[in-house]
Design a protein around this ligand. Structure first.
Ligand code: ACO
Length: 323
């Protein structure tokens, strides 16, 4: 049985760090309000020379280095992003070109903050379907470029960055103890599309537009949707919360993360939280959090890892993998 196994991981963050205190001269807010409501203390913001494609390229190079591979070994590049460099071509082909890769194929996926969970699930299907042996799965965003910097209810929440995994085909028994992706569960419901959206685009205003969010409405739905889709992934993998070594949720808000872990019965020590460092980096948040927990030695080969995300659409999903 073919499984998709993580071979390498990497990440990249813009040079500039913006703290909560840095917002105090821009909008009517405070460090205390931001920390209390969200857990965010700082975020990285892209400079003029930093783009979704350049951050994605840097994360991809780091993941390839970590895997001990080159682009020659990759068949497919999948980029999860809602902030592509251009409307088209896909940021994935831009990154393919930056990496000097002249074979294989590359495309973008757009599921907002759930993008990485959607992309890793898609990569797994390409691998198990035999269309690719090794896939670079990248989550890369520059949300700072779609924020309304006069709207205090949204501009303090987001940050920029990128994370990447190399997934590769591995032949094995396919037991619960074997490494690789064990199960995924994806959902969306467009009835919620106006609760979190960008008020522009090529098909509407012709301009890029700004992020708009009914924060309280998103909050109200988040924990229920997240825990439902995780229960579905548990059923697919044949595991429960007791089996999980590390819970790596989408990093939007510490209160949502804590409430989801509590509802699932996952101990606080097993939850990887980076929202205080990165803010909400949308499709980059899960691979960035994974990178931190792998680099500091928490996540080790053989650990059972639960990934989860929820975002605009709404979209939501969960993945269970043996690292
Ligand atoms: N500083 C100070 N005050 C603020 C700020 C700020 N930055 N932002 C809003 N406020 C004020 C509001 O104006 C309001 O004031 P009022 O009572 O005088 O009207 C008050 O704070 C409370 O506002 P709420 O929106 O009710 O605050 P809430 O407790 O809901 O927190 C938050 C807001 C943090 C956005 C929360 O609703 C949340 O986290 N929602 C979920 C967001 C999320 O998880 N998104 C994930 C998906 S992201 C994606 O897919 C791209």
């Amino acid at each position: 049985m073919i499984r998709s196994v993580v071979r390498g991981i990497g990440s990249a963050l813009p040079r500039r760090i913006m703290t909560n205190a840095d917002f105090e001269g821009i909008v009517d807010t405070s460090d205390e309000w931001i920390v209390q409501r969200t857990g965010i203390r700082q975020r990285h913001i892209a400079g003029d020379d930093e783009t979704t494609a350049s951050l994605g390229e840097a994360a991809a190079r780091a993941a390839l280095g970590n895997a001990g591979l080159t682009v020659d070994d990759i068949d497919l590049i999948l980029v999860a992003t809602s902030t592509p460099n251009n409307t088209f071509p896909a940021t994935a082909v831009d990154i393919q070109n930056r990496l000097g890769m002249r074979h294989g194929f590359a495309f973008d996926m757009q599921a907002v903050c759930s993008g990485f969970v959607y992309a890793i699930t898609t990569a797994d299907l390409y691998i198990r379907g035999g269309l690719a042996k090794r896939v670079l799965v990248i989550g890369a965003e520059t949300f700072s470029r779609i924020l309304d910097w006069t709207d205090r209810s949204t501009c303090v929440l987001f940050g920029d960055g990128a994370g990447a995994l190399v997934l590769e085909a591995s032949e094995g028994e396919g037991t619960i103890a074997d490494r690789g992706i064990l199960a995924s569960s994806l959902r969306s419901d467009g009835a919620h599309k106006d609760k979190l959206y960008v008020d522009g685009g090529p098909g509407t205003s012709g301009k890029v537009g700004h992020l708009r969010m009914e924060g309280r409405e998103v909050f109200k739905h988040a924990v229920g949707m997240i825990t439902d889709v995780i229960e579905a992934a548990y059923a697919g993998a044949g595991v429960t919360s007791d089996d999980i070594d590390w819970f790596v949720p989408h990093q939007a808000n510490k209160r949502i993360i804590d409430a989801s872990a509590k509802k699932l019965g996952i101990a606080e020590e097993k939850v990887v939280t980076t929202v205080h460092l990165h803010g909400n980096t949308s499709a980059a948040s899960v691979p960035l959090a994974l990178s931190v927990a792998v680099a500091d030695g928490r996540i080790k080969k053989g650990d059972l890892v639960l990934l989860e995300a929820m975002g605009g659409g709404f979209t939501w999903g969960a993945v269970i993998l043996r690292w």
